[in-house]
Design a protein around this ligand. Structure first.
Ligand code: HEC
Ligand code: HEC
Length: 424
């Protein structure tokens, strides 16, 4: 495991972070500029495949009172009866915001030293994870936690591994933008410089103008967050073999081994489905019909540093925010979507392979025999009652792994609609 230095997205610094951009604290809004034309520069919307460009969204929530002139309402392409993600009423989802968000997501000019974009840590081919145990920020400081995959992120609630305060994507994206401990993109205090950089590329005034029509100056952190959140929200992955089998009624989509693995995954013997059930393989789900679902956190016995079941300092789960002993080591069950390509695993990226993940569950917790992190996680007093431990035969283990493999959505991983628009 990498050894991160200090720094954690605590509630307090987060509150300050949010104040900066959401409540319009000083320094946030950009000066008047000639750049904010709302149309007419002839930009081609590069996301030609982005949904259909007309029609209305499926739920009232997704348009949220959007005036007809404010953009093209996003049209979801979902299986029959499938709920769209939750969309906050104050950020109606439009094609134009998605397109702007996509450009920003892939643009290193959004980091203060121009070295890093969202994509640096969230790569499409890796399910928008990054393949490292923990990423480095733009100043080279390791982050504390593993970069999560972003497939179906619009359905996850709450956001990140263990922060009960992060309820919307609009709030969440401010963390990488503004966070200072450690610095990720590092734009806090440099907003003017960044906005000037963006304005100087002729495409942005058009993209911002289309996404936020009628605004005197659309270049604000608030709008950047709204556009990024819109792009994230449409990253829906529903074309894995698993989906084609269960939702697409394609009986041949799953191999016999993966089907046996599914039966094990959903069995009371393994218990996986209690925390990783549903279409995104996590119970931490919200959509247009469930605005405020209950929160769920679990300790799966990865560490046990002392008799109280301590986890390593700075990475103690929800406890870092609540300081409530029952929250020690409690994390949100991650979505297992594309899990075969999003490793290494767990909140700190401390587990290399899915085989090792399975061994931990078979044991009912992880044993670390020596070193500063030594301890038997299976004896952690805060461990979930679902972590009972079980024995698998070789064949059964292969079956569970085949099932996890069947959650890989190759269409999503290569979908040109979610790719880097700057290299087209
Ligand atoms: C330096 C690496 C890095 C960069 C750059 C970065 N992220 Fe992340 N991202 C992470 C890590 C690490 C996490 C997990 C954080 C945690 O749980 O504490 C994360 C989590 C997230 C999540 C929440 C995922 C979940 O499962 O709830 C979203 C959404 C997200 N990032 C979007 C973005 C966007 C948008 C950008 C660009 C503005 C961005 N990230 C830039 C590393 C990065
Ligand atoms: C009590 C709830 C619970 C149960 C039961 C459970 N998990 Fe998990 N799972 C979690 C949580 C929480 C994490 C993240 C833990 C952490 O990082 O500390 C996790 C992490 C994972 C990961 C790593 C994913 C990633 O992206 O890092 C995989 C894979 C996984 N679980 C598979 C399974 C399988 C297979 C089973 C059944 C054998 C199972 N889980 C049972 C809650 C659960």
């Amino acid at each position: 495991m990498d050894k991160p230095s200090s720094g954690v997205h605590r509630g307090s610094s987060l509150a300050a972070t949010l104040c900066l951009a959401l409540a319009g604290c000083p320094g946030e809004s950009a000066p008047q500029s000639e750049g904010s034309t709302s149309s007419g520069l002839g930009v081609t919307m590069t996301g030609s495949g982005l949904g259909t460009s007309s029609g209305t969204a499926e739920t009232a929530d997704t348009t949220g009172g959007l005036p007809a002139s404010a953009g093209t309402p996003w049209v979801w392409e979902l299986p029959e009866g499938f709920p769209p993600p939750y969309v906050p009423a104050d950020n109606p989802l439009t094609l134009e915001k998605v397109e702007l968000g996509r450009h920003l997501f892939y643009d290193p000019r959004l980091s203060v030293n121009g070295t890093m974009s969202c994509e640096t840590c969230h790569r499409q081919a890796q399910g928008f994870a990054d393949g490292r145990s923990v990423p480095l920020g733009s100043e080279g400081t390791p982050l504390l936690r593993n970069a999560a995959g972003l497939a179906n992120i619009g359905y996850l609630y709450p956001l990140t591994w263990a922060n009960p305060l992060l309820e919307t994507l609009e709030e969440q994206v401010l963390v990488p933008l503004l966070s200072q401990e450690p610095v990720e993109l590092g734009i806090a205090g440099h907003e003017e410089e960044i906005f000037a950089r963006l304005r100087s590329d002729g495409r942005y005034p058009v993209l911002f103008g289309h996404a936020f029509p009628g605004e005197q100056d659309a270049f604000t952190t608030h709008h950047i967050a709204q556009a990024l959140a819109s792009f994230l929200r449409v990253l829906v992955s529903l074309d894995a073999p698993y989906d084609r089998y269960y939702y697409g009624e394609d009986a041949t989509a799953l191999s016999e081994s993966a089907k046996r693995g599914a039966s094990l995954f959903f069995s009371e013997r393994l218990e996986c489905h209690h925390c990783h059930g549903g279409f995104a393989q996590t119970q931490a789900i919200r959509h247009a019909r469930t605005a405020h679902p209950p929160l769920s956190w679990h300790n799966i016995g990865l560490y046990n540093l002392d008799a109280e079941g301590a986890y390593p300092f700075g990475n103690r789960g929800v406890y870092e925010i609540t300081l409530d002993p029952k929250d020690m080591g409690a994390f949100r069950p991650p979505s297992l979507r594309n899990v075969a390509v999003t490793g290494p695993y767990m909140h700190d990226g401390s587990v290399e392979t899915l085989e090792e993940v399975l061994q931990i569950y078979e044991r009912g917790g992880r044993l670390i025999e020596s070193g500063p992190l030594a301890g038997d996680g299976s004896q952690n007093p805060h461990k979930s009652g679902f972590l009972v431990g079980f024995e698998l035969t070789e064949d059964e283990r292969d079956d569970v792994l085949a099932f996890l493999d069947a959650l890989t959505d190759e269409t999503f991983l290569a979908d040109p609609r979610w790719s880097n628009p700057w290299v087209e």
